[in-house]
Design a protein around this ligand. Structure first.
Ligand code: CAA
Length: 287
């Protein structure tokens, strides 16, 4: 199978990344099944796609007809078998926890076609380890989008130890068909490339505030002004989800060592469910 054979894309997880990836896939003309564990999560994800397509149409980035057609291509589902049965490509975007992802792959493996390609949107976890839960480690790779997927151009395509070249080429082609720029990551190491750089930046910003050396606003205005980032470190943490950054750090800390110890300020936000834009409150208030 190559990219021209891909017609149906199943996206597992309808959260921030999942619904964004489903939207990008639908805009590219794929039939999309958007799956999450309950009706409410799936409905929320679907509503977000509708909102985002509406915004794009409002700004004349797509036509109303394109927005309607893209939305029609998305089927929201809870049943795993219905979601992945007949899928050519399964993109998994469930929470950033090794155990959760492994459970999902074990279940998906039972129902997905034998020749379907599995791509994980993990931000940091080992592609090799995840692929080994399945019967198709050679048709398994990372396909890491950035938040918000509809606006961000880059996709990291990560090779695991067993990934076949044909799988990487197929996923890169699909990313290009989605209008993205794939960058191949040859080494399956925690955080890959972008998060290895970006997440410690968020963590260091948190340590500065935790130590009382500067405020959130001071750190953000300085990094935006001087480092030239489009968002301050805390704005970015709120955008991607403080829990996502925190779980990436926990994993990097576990595998790479002490330099990646997550700042307690991040842990506190996660405990209080103040996760950023998606919960209405993080380092900033979005209510
Ligand atoms: N769909 C449609 N519209 C959207 C949208 C979406 N998903 N998200 C935001 N918008 C809209 C907003 O509602 C707003 O609309 P209004 O103007 O009507 O209020 C508008 O877009 C804002 O867009 P602007 O062009 O004015 O804003 P901007 O130029 O600042 O761009 C941005 C926004 C693209 C997010 C930019 O700030 C940016 O690039 N930020 C950095 C994001 C980033 O680095 N992401 C990667 C994070 S790391 C990651 O994701 C990996 C991981 O694994 C943790």
């Amino acid at each position: 199978m190559d990219a021209t054979d891909v017609e149906t894309v199943a996206v597992l997880g309808a959260g921030n990344m999942g619904h964004g990836i489903a939207e990008v896939a639908a805009l590219a003309g794929y039939r999309v099944r958007l799956r999450d564990i309950n009706e409410e999560f799936v409905r929320d994800g679907y509503d977000q796609i509708e909102w985002s397509l509406g915004k794009l149409a409002e700004k004349d980035q797509i036509t109303e007809a394109d927005a309607d057609a893209a939305l029609e291509r998305v089927t929201p589902l809870v049943d795993v078998e219905a979601a992945v049965g007949g899928a050519d490509l399964v993109v998994e975007a469930v929470p950033e926890k090794m155990d959760i992802k492994k459970d999902v792959y074990a279940e998906v493996e039972e129902h997905a076609p034998a020749d379907a390609v599995f791509a994980s949107n993990t931000s940091s976890l080992s592609i090799t380890e995840l692929s080994e839960v399945t019967d198709r480690p050679e048709r398994f790779c990372g396909m890491h989008f950035f938040n918000p997927p509809v606006r961000m151009q880059l996709v990291e395509v990560i090779s695991g130890a067993h990934t076949a070249d044909g799988t990487l080429e197929l996923v890169e082609d699909v990313a290009e068909r989605m209008g993205k720029t794939p960058v191949r990551v040859r080494k399956d190491s925690p955080g890959f490339i972008v998060n290895r750089v970006l997440v410690p930046l968020m963590n260091e910003a948190a340590w500065i505030v935790h130590g009382g050396d500067a405020t959130v606003a001071e750190v953000d205005s300085t990094t935006k002004f001087d480092v030239g980032l489009p968002m301050g470190s805390f704005e970015l943490a709120d955008q991607v989800g403080i829990d996502v950054g925190y779980h990436v750090l926990e994993y990097m800390h576990e595998v790479l060592g002490a330099a990646y110890e997550p700042c307690p300020l991040l842990a506190e936000k996660v405990e209080n469910d103040e996760l950023g834009k998606k919960t209405g409150e993080g380092f900033y208030d979005y209510a």
